[in-house]
Design a protein around this ligand. Sequence first.
Ligand code: ZN
Length: 95
Amino acid sequence: MSMFDDIIYDEGPVPCYNCGEGQLNGFQSKDGPRALRRLTPGQLVVLAEGPATMYDFCDKCKTMNYYLVEPLVLPHETPEVPVVVTPRRSKDEKN
Ligand SMILES: [Zn+2]
């Protein structure tokens, strides 16, 4: 069984970066505790101890949308930090 956490992204719903029509508002991540928690991106990077990936599936064009979530400050004994969120074409795409 593959577990994940739900990511509560206040900037959403986000248009699909492939077709522009689908609206994404059900992001998930496997980089956190994978315990079906509801996390903000800022909480996710703290629990992942660094950059993390969140994703959602576009029902319109059947494309998985991946976003890299990077902490703007080092996670350091704080529950949540500011982040920058960047689209990625695949789960493993690097900068
Ligand atoms: Zn789409």
